[in-house]
Ligand binder design. Structure first.
Ligand code: AHR
Length: 555
């Protein structure tokens, strides 16, 4: 719903609350009203430009992400562009996917880039890193491309996918099981001038004579774990060896180091101490990973056991998952502080190159989708509040990549054979796309916290998350309402600018468990929201467990 100042009847705040009480919002009946909440946008306090790269993605050869999800093959009856699923390309273009990371993940440190070049019919078939994963669903075909990789999706196929959706490629190099020489040769294959080297000629034979100009390169992945079980000092030495003399072919390489598991300060401090000074060299981004899973009920953060169900959850599990996601804020500030000890001018930025929810197995959209999981409004709120955190730290976070794009973890889409569906998380990316490249503005929230029960004891969580950005005369404000059952009346006050009109879009549903599937792909989708401009104040009504975007035209 949109309204303009001129056309609006002045309405007292109490009258607004009375008028909105009990009204349906985004198709959802507004049940009990929460106390009023307030958001202040401080236009005179810019934080920094929101890097479009924080709206990045991650694609790993894991389950059905690549084969079936992205790659259907040039001879497929499924509509495709050079073998890439056409429906996926069309879905991604409007959300402006800035950067895509590939080929892993853990897979990257077992991947030999040479397997994915040359005549696709002659490429070797290799055992996938995830062959022995405990999470394989019963009934999955364990003899397909998900397990024995035919390498038909290699470097040029990936770069063409990026080109088709308008994204920059981000290649993760193998530091655990290939020598540094192969990293430099992969750079050479991608970036050396046309006709200059044997590898440039190989690239031309693969259909790409001009350099691919790949700028973003990961030097290992989770080097504290599946990427080699290194100590931080050993990884720092490896990083230096791989990176210091890497050729660039005129492309300003942006190297991303394998950063901490969540907020592991010890890993970061020891890496920077060892690799510090001139040794940091081409390090552009520090790649932290943070997954959110249920840690309630006394469960530990065990890789396999300590997770909850993706679609069936109670209020404790709902709030506890969001609490785990909110830890991102502390991760950013504390890692930033540790990095400053060795890099006081902050030449190196944070690249949160894996983030999202991770639920236990059992809700895969089809059996080959290893680590596939349902995606509800709870995941949508998690995505929205995470972006709000990134915006608040736009001066620190230069890139972020949700895990993973399709059929895996907090995916944006499900794709199988000729079936395709968008998840609630996709819609958050679409609603938030307007923030990309905007100037993030300080946004203050004042709202009563939500109370719930954790392990039989009272616990509290923020009720509301918000962020805002400005591009010229357009202000984008996003609001995530975390309360699981109550609606909230929210006043948004603009300081230092005046609104001329506002329109609102909301992602909501009858309950937090609402989700989309192949059979019902449009259960959750954005609709017009309720927000009115009244005496310079934006008066909005937010449904429970919802994500709202306001587009404000400034006077
Ligand atoms: O995204 C799935 C896996 O999670 C990645 O391969 C790894 O980097 C992380 O532990």
């Amino acid at each position: 719903m949109s309204s303009s100042a001129g056309g609006m009847r002045a309405m007292h705040r109490r009258a607004f609350l009375a008028a909105t009480a009990g009204l349906a919002v985004g198709g959802v009946p507004a049940r009990a009203q929460s106390p009023a909440c307030r958001v202040e946008v401080l236009a005179a306090e810019p934080i920094g430009r929101i890097a479009p790269e924080i709206y990045g993605h991650f694609v790993e050869h894991l389950g059905a992400v690549v084969y079936d999800g992205i790659w259907v093959g040039v001879d497929s009856r499924i509509p495709n562009v050079q073998g890439i699923r056409k429906q996926l390309i069309e879905a991604l273009k409007p959300i402006k996917p800035s950067v895509v990371r590939w080929p892993g993940g853990c897979f990257a440190d077992q991947y030999d880039w040479r397997d994915g070049v040359g005549d696709p019919a002659r490429r070797p078939v290799r055992t996938n890193f995830w062959v022995d994963a405990r999470e394989w669903p019963k009934g999955a075909n364990r003899m397909g491309a998900e397990t024995y990789d035919p390498n038909t999706f290699g470097t040029v196929e990936f770069v063409r996918f990026c080109r088709a959706v308008g994204a920059e490629p981000y290649l993760a190099a193998n530091l655990r099981s290939l020598p540094a020489q192969e990293f430099w040769r992969w750079v050479e294959y991608c970036n050396s001038p046309a006709g200059s080297t044997t590898l440039a000629r190989q690239r031309a034979a693969d259909g790409e004579a001009a350099p691919l100009n790949v700028r973003y390169w990961g030097v290992g992945n989770e080097s504290w774990g599946c990427g080699g079980n290194f100590t931080p000092e050993d990884y720092a030495s490896e990083f230096r060896r791989f990176s210091a003399w890497a050729p660039s072919y005129g492309v300003p390489l942006a190297l991303i180091g394998s950063g901490p598991n969540s907020d592991d300060r010890n890993w970061t401090r020891r890496f920077f101490e060892k690799a510090g000074g001139p040794g940091i060299g081409k390090l552009w981004g520090w790649g932290a990973h943070h997954y959110s899973w249920n840690v309630s009920g006394g469960r530990t953060r065990d890789w396999f056991e300590g997770k909850g169900d993706a679609a069936q959850f109670n209020s404790e599990e709902y709030y506890e998952l969001l609490r785990d996601a909110i830890r991102m804020e502390n991760l950013i500030t504390s890692q930033w502080g540790v990095m400053a000890e060795s890099d006081p001018r902050h030449r190196v930025k944070l690249a949160i190159d894996e983030w999202g929810s991770w639920h236990k197995s059992g809700t895969e959209p089809f059996p080959e989708a290893l680590l596939g999981q349902q995606n509800t409004l709870r995941d949508a709120v998690l995505a929205g509040l995470t972006f709000d955190i990134f915006h608040r730290h736009a001066d620190k976070v230069a890139m972020a990549n949700i895990a993973q794009l399709v059929n895996c973890l907090q995916s944006l889409c499900f794709a199988h054979e000729d079936k395709f569906a968008l998840t609630p998380t996709y819609h958050v990316f679409a609603m938030y796309a307007a923030h990309q490249g905007g100037e993030s503005l300080r946004t203050e929230v004042s709202a009563p916290s939500v109370s719930y029960t954790r392990n039989g004891e009272a616990a509290h969580l923020s009720r509301l998350s918000a962020s805002s950005s400005r591009k010229g005369n357009v202000l984008t404000v996003t609001l995530n309402h975390l309360h699981m059952t109550e609606a909230a009346a929210v006043e948004v006050l603009l300081r230092g600018v005046a609104a001329r009109s506002v329109s609102a879009e909301v992602l909501a549903g009858p309950n937090a468990q609402a989700h989309n599937s192949f059979a019902a792909p449009e259960t959750v989708k954005p609709v017009a929201g309720r927000c009115e401009l009244r005496a310079g104040v934006l008066a909005c009504l937010l449904p429970p467990h919802s994500v709202t975007r306001l587009e404000v035209q400034l006077g």
